[in-house]
Design a protein around this ligand. Structure first.
Ligand SMILES: Nc1nc2c(c(=O)[nH]1)N[C@H]1C(S)=C(S)[C@@H](COP(=O)(O)OP(=O)(O)OC[C@H]3O[C@@H](n4cnc5c(=O)[nH]c(N)nc54)[C@H](O)[C@@H]3O)O[C@H]1N2
Ligand SMILES: Nc1nc2c(c(=O)[nH]1)N[C@H]1C(S)=C(S)[C@@H](COP(=O)(O)OP(=O)(O)OC[C@H]3O[C@@H](n4cnc5c(=O)[nH]c(N)nc54)[C@H](O)[C@@H]3O)O[C@H]1N2
Ligand SMILES: [Mo]
Length: 695
């Protein structure tokens, strides 16, 4: 690491799509240049630690390949051939086309499409103000959280949990389905503190030996989609061995007797056959959490990206209710703190002008939607225009073959507002250059912690880059969208939102840097009751009624198990497709972001798939050779890499590489599906059956 310099440091927040939302100190090297980026010491969750890719953010911020000017497509769709135009020409063309499409086909054929390239409330969510003011097509945001959050809420009734800093006060920390070393390093900070200071044990559960498992005292490698079975067997042992907290169960849960009875057949031997673990491993895990009331279950997203993911999340959460861990400091189950912030976002999102009854199309089904699937289009008219900010669907969305076919349509008018020439940007008709977080003002919240933070503008943007907010407001004027939010600055929107959400003013936040929004101990630990009318944790959730923001019941919801269980709806291997493929995140990328930076690229090498050496031999695959993965959705070619920290029959392709990094331009999401998992849709990115063969 470089020695610290004497450049002035300014507070900020990492804007990327990550539960850690780290508090930063950014060296400002001049009016248009940043230096190194450090983790803030004063914000107690970040506690001075950030990931390597953000520490070297100057590399991304001042990258020679940043988009600097508006451009217009001159080659075929997807060719990446553009010519520079002025902002006036670009915005004029977009407005003319949008007004024309609105008149000819209806406003709901224009689809504003976004995600979390920036997690700033103003610049991420402002696109919804334009949508609402114009009655453009609705957006059912589903790609990331829809399997995870409902699974947790099904039990607790609310998406919040014990203070994440309490991990340091636990006697046992269970890091389940998150590769925290790679995806949210701060979890490790607090878990390792518990081990150092209190001799706590760390358990980590994944489908392959990740760097997180390397740090664990007990590392469990399960078969993908089998966590529900593991959780059931753990609870079986807890009841069997008198380790269940019967007082807690009677007072705070809905049907402990039914659960105990149901679990009688969910023995460790039963779970061993499903999970691929040994009976001894399962017993050891159960004994550990049974012996330590202060067990902190840190539940990640990864194990929910299976077709039975919501059921598995709920099953894992339920363990804390059998041991009564919730009642203790350092105990309980945590997934995300989304519900603690009580934002009022009506000014940012124009919620006051939203009209009811407009169709909402599913983000994850963009491939089906653009290729005219009537069900995905909700029996409505085809989409004629896309307005895209802060996301890269041509790379990250499932069923990529359809996504590309859709983006290639000549009758589709596509606007992309981006920082780099991504797979999606290449398909734009008009491409607009976007600012980075250091170049505009925004407001952030932690998912994996409890802070609100401010990321002020620190430097001037390069070239002619404009922020999401500026572009939205300019477009609003030209297409006749009316809302007070369009004539406010980003700072005014921050101030309004803070004040109307009871978090003080922008000036106060600027002064303090952060707001610790942690609810009281009793509230966070559900000591006054879980968030249901009767205050009881639900072992038997009513899945269709889980209070999940905007949740539309989808998929085989009526077949969901009524109690924690192994729900056999995953893409099991078959003789034609004998492997189960997961597309776990690569450490040096963040989704498809950072694939443009040289140091991240060098560290990741090239697209590979991890395979157990015994499996490789059976399929006559040599280490390092090119292989093709195939399923009903398509084929992807990459390099095989031997790895013995994985079960036989399982493959892992760390992702998300740009499509252009593959020999034939087909990215990993060629293999992933956009069918709707229950209860509320989403995408089961780690649940794919495939065949593998040398090229
Ligand atoms: N470096 C890096 N950081 C990231 C991201 C990234 O791409 N790269 N992405 C960001 C985003 S958008 C998100 S949502 C979060 C997600 O971060 P996490 O919560 O960590 O979720 P995932 O990364 O999807 O998967 C975590 C782990 O779950 C494992 N897994 C897959 N299937 C199963 C299963 O059935 N059972 C079990 N037990 N484990 C399984 C995967 O192998 C993976 O190692 O991370 C954010 N941070
Ligand atoms: N195979 C597979 N696919 C996955 C996943 C997986 O684990 N495996 N993970 C899924 C998950 S959890 C998620 S959340 C999605 C994420 O998918 P995306 O939301 O598409 O995330 P990124 O790929 O990081 O792309 C974000 C883009 O936003 C741009 N951007 C950043 N800040 C700004 C800004 O201020 N303004 C504008 N206009 N643009 C900006 C960045 O340059 C980047 O290209 O991917 C999903 N896809
Ligand atoms: Mo995500």
């Amino acid at each position: 690491m470089n020695a610290p310099t004497s450049l002035p440091r300014r507070r900020s927040v990492c804007p990327h799509d990550c539960p850690s939302a780290c508090a930063l100190e950014v060296e400002v090297a001049g009016p248009d240049r940043i230096g190194r980026v450090y983790g803030s010491q004063e914000q107690s969750y970040t506690a001075g630690v950030i990931c390597a890719k953000v520490a070297r953010y100057a590399e991304r911020n001042h990258h020679p390949d940043r988009l600097l000017y508006p451009m217009k497509r001159v080659g075929p769709k997807g060719s990446g051939q553009f010519t520079r135009i002025s902002w006036e020409e670009a915005m004029n063309e977009i407005a003319t086309r949008f007004l024309d499409i609105e008149k000819t086909y209806g406003a709901d054929t224009i689809w504003p499409y976004y995600y979390a390239g920036t997690m700033g409330l103003v610049h991420r969510d402002g696109i919804n103000r334009l949508r609402n003011a114009k009655s453009y097509c609705g957006f059912y945001s589903s790609i990331c959280i829809n399997l995870a959050w409902p699974g947790y809420i099904a039990g607790t009734g609310k998406l919040q949990g014990p203070d994440p800093r309490e991990m340091a006060k636990a006697d046992c920390v269970v890091i389940w389905g998150t590769n925290a070393v790679a995806t949210q390093v701060n979890v490790m900070t607090h878990a390792v503190r518990a081990r150092k200071e209190r001799g706590a044990k760390i358990v980590a559960i994944d489908i392959y030996r990740t760097p997180t498992l390397d740090q664990a005292d007990l590392a469990l490698i399960v078969k993908p989609g089998s966590d529900g079975a593991l959780a059931c067997a753990v609870m079986h042992v807890l009841f069997r061995d008198g380790l269940a907290d019967r007082e807690f169960l009677a007072a705070h849960t809905d049907c402990p007797e039914r659960l105990e009875e149901h679990l009688k057949t969910r023995t460790p031997a039963w779970a061993a056959s499903i999970t691929g673990l040994s009976v001894e491993e399962i017993e050891a895990f159960a004994t550990l959490v049974g012996a330590h009331r202060k067990t902190y279950f840190r539940l990640g997203y990864g194990f929910s990206r299976q077709r039975n993911g919501a059921v598995n999340m709920h099953a894992a959460t339920s363990i804390a209710s059998v041991t009564g861990a919730w009642a203790h400091e350092g105990g309980g189950a945590f997934h995300n703190n989304g519900a603690i912030y009580h934002w009022r976002k009506s000014m940012i999102e124009g919620l006051d002008v939203a009209k009811p009854g407009i169709r909402k199309l599913d983000q994850s089904k963009i491939g089906r939607i653009l290729t005219g699937d009537t069900e995905a289009l909700k029996q409505g008219a085809p989409i004629k225009a896309l307005f895209i900010q802060s996301t890269n669907p041509v790379s990250v969305a499932p069923e990529q073959t359809k996504v590309i076919e859709g983006f290639s349509r000549e009758d589709l008018f596509t606007v992309v507002h981006e920082q780099f020439m991504t797979d999606t940007a290449r398909y734009a008709d008009i491409l607009l250059p976007a600012t980075m977080f250091t170049e505009h003002h925004d407001l952030y919240q932690g998912g994996g912690h409890q802070y609100i933070g401010l990321g002020p503008k620190l430097i001037n943007p390069p070239g002619e880059c404009r922020s999401n907010h500026e572009v939205i407001c300019d477009l609003a004027k030209r297409v006749g969208a009316d809302h007070p939010g369009f004539v406010m600055s980003d700072r005014e929107l921050i101030d309004w939102t803070l004040q109307n959400s009871n978090w003080g003013t922008l000036e106060e936040l600027d002064e303090k840097g952060y707001i610790d929004a942690q609810p009281s101990f009793d509230d966070a630990h559900f000591r006054k009751g879980f968030a249901w009318k009767d205050g009881k944790y639900r072992f038997a959730p009513e899945w269709s009624r889980v209070p999940f923001a905007g949740g539309q019941a989808m998929g085989p919801i009526d077949d969901m198990p009524t109690l924690p269980d192994h729900w056999a709806v995953i893409e099991d291997a078959t003789s034609a497709y004998p492997f189960r493929l997961a597309t776990s995140p690569a450490r040096n990328y963040l989704n498809s972001t950072f694939t443009e930076t040289k140091t991240s690229r060098e560290r990741e090498g090239e697209p590979t798939v991890l395979i157990h050496p015994d499996d490789a031999q059976t399929h006559t695959i040599k280490d390092g050779v090119r292989v093709t993965l195939t399923n009903d959705r398509g084929a992807v070619t990459l390099k095989a890499k031997y790895f013995d920290g994985i079960k036989r029959g399982v493959l892992v392709a760390e992702s998300i590489w740009p499509n252009t990094a593959y020999v034939d331009g087909k990215g990993i999401n060629t293999l992933t599906g956009a069918d709707s998992p229950a209860p509320f849709g989403g995408a089961a990115f780690h649940d794919n059956r495939v065949a593998i063969a040398p090229v």
